[in-house]
Ligand binder design. Structure first.
Ligand code: SAM
Length: 467
């Protein structure tokens, strides 16, 4: 390790910044945020430093550096950009035993400043010891993405309860387990969502369980797993998966998504093959409720979004009626995922002023849909579960007035490596599906917007080349 990471307490301490450059200005904001009394010494300063001095956030001494300036300072920053001056400042600071930093000059510096992620009071500091600032930046952005935006609220929430928890749970090991449960479970999750009253109520219940040994009920997360590509999971979905004791999933959820779950979480497959149900919906509902009542964190993973043709509403209703805590985590629905990868905008100023999601599922023959409304032009129709009824849907739409030449796209295994996008016209939809042996999961998009798809655009380009 090239440097020892430490966090300096600078509140009300004098910090000297030598130089009036934009580089010096970049350091000021952080020093001021840390509560330091910042003094800038420089004959001239950039506009940003001048503004900070004008509104009293820092003081500006309008002259060149003198070695006695370092006296009484907690740290010194030499950022004049002029090597001989920075060297003089660094010498004086070293001589007085004051830590000094010269930006981008590890030789002259006795400390370096890390890249930071600020979720006050949580601060993450990253350093490559000067080896690769680019790598440090890349790491910062990766870590930044994985941290909840309201992480600081979680820290402050925990701080509020620290004293009480310490007095109620005397034993250190139990207290540690308690806090692990708070930070890794629904309590932190509620704070991250902005539900602090809910989190506080749960916190009291959790304290009771530790003190009186009563049972704390679990939570069911109804999580949208997106259309298949694990990159399309939301950050909240990943956090729920990493907290899960048990993951209940169906056929549309692939291995890539399941791998995001906590390694030791139990996986329960509840199926739904086309040929019949592996587990009836009533049994799935009961399973979710029972496991949550036993105190487990249950993630019910559903393809796409739980509230779009996902029976999420039924599960929510069932669980609520039984007093089970339920959280819904939205997902990218197949329509959004398939449209994006096929390059089909679902609405368009000139071509489609609305988009309608319909189910092509039919109990006896034809899907029960409002055909006259759907057959009006100027809109996009997205058909879920429509592979076996595609020819009937096309027939009905044409019979109710939609032009047979209306463009259509069929997206099979959308967003997955084996995705297929087939395009044609409404009149030929049935043949397009059967001739190409399209299998579920597939989505049908009907409307003029399909003419803008990647596939049609590529075909047009090839035609132009041929011509
Ligand atoms: C029971 S519905 C679930 C829809 C899901 N809740 C959503 O929001 O996407 C299943 C249907 O979604 C569509 N679907 C789901 N994933 C898909 C994918 N990766 N590619 C194409 N269609 C998909 C298919 O029409 C499939 O038959």
């Amino acid at each position: 390790m090239r440097h020892l990471p430490v966090f300096l307490k600078l509140r009300k301490r004098k910090v000297l910044v030598v130089g009036g450059t934009p580089r010096a200005a970049a350091k000021l904001a952080l020093l001021v945020a840390a509560g330091a009394r910042v003094v800038v010494v420089a004959p001239t300063v950039c506009a940003e430093i001048a503004a900070a001095a004008d509104d009293g956030r820092i003081s500006h001494v309008r002259r060149s550096f003198e070695p006695s300036d370092v006296d009484g300072c907690a740290v010194v920053i030499a950022a004049t950009g002029l090597l001989p001056v920075d060297e003089t400042v660094a010498d004086a600071a070293r001589h007085a035993g004051v830590p000094v930093n010269v930006p981008d000059n590890a030789e002259l510096s006795t400390f370096i400043t890390p890249a930071i992620i600020d979720r006050d009071p949580i601060t993450v500091a990253i350093s490559s010891g000067g080896a690769s600032p680019a790598l440090t930046r890349a790491l910062r952005s990766r870590i930044e993405q994985s941290l909840p935006a309201r992480l600081g609220h979680v820290a402050r929430f925990a701080e509020r309860f620290r004293g009480t928890v310490k007095s109620v749970i005397g034993d250190y090991a139990s207290r540690r387990r308690f806090w692990d449960e708070v930070i890794g479970g629904p309590i932190a999750d509620a704070v991250e969502r902005g539900d602090e009253p809910g989190a506080a109520a749960r916190m009291l219940a959790l304290m009771n369980t530790h003190v009186h040994g009563s049972d704390l009920p679990g939570t069911v997360y109804l999580v949208g797993a997106g259309p298949g590509d694990p990159d399309l999971l939301t950050l909240r979905a990943i956090r729920a998966l990493q907290r899960a004791d048990v993951v209940v999933h169906d056929r549309l959820v692939g291995d890539g998504v399941l791998e995001m779950a906590r390694r030791d979480a139990e996986r329960v497959y509840v199926g739904k093959e086309k040929s019949g149900y592996t587990m009836a919906q009533a049994d799935i509902n009961a399973l979710l409720a029972d496991r949550a009542k036993a105190g487990e964190i249950v993630v019910r993973l559903k393809g796409g979004d739980p509230f779009i043709f996902g029976r999420g509403g039924e599960e929510l209703d069932y669980l609520r009626q039984r007093g089970v805590d339920v959280q819904v985590v939205p997902g990218i629905s197949a329509a959004a995922g398939c449209a994006a990868t096929a390059g089909i905008p679902l609405t368009h100023r000139d071509l489609a002023s609305s988009v309608t999601f319909v189910s092509g599922h039919a109990k006896d023959g034809a899907p029960r849909l409002d055909w006259p409304v759907l057959a009006q032009g100027g809109q996009t129709i997205v058909v879920y579960m429509g592979v076996t009824t595609a020819h009937i849907i096309a027939h009905q739409l044409i019979a109710h007035g939609l032009a047979p030449a209306t463009p259509v796209a069929v997206v099979e295994n959308g967003t997955l490596p084996d995705q297929r996008v087939l395009t044609g016209t409404l009149g030929g939809l049935g043949a397009l599906v059967s001739a190409n042996g399209v299998k579920a999961p597939a989505l049908i998009i009907i409307g003029e917007v399909v003419a803008l798809s990647n596939v049609v655009a590529q075909a047009d380009a090839a035609m132009n080349v041929a011509v």
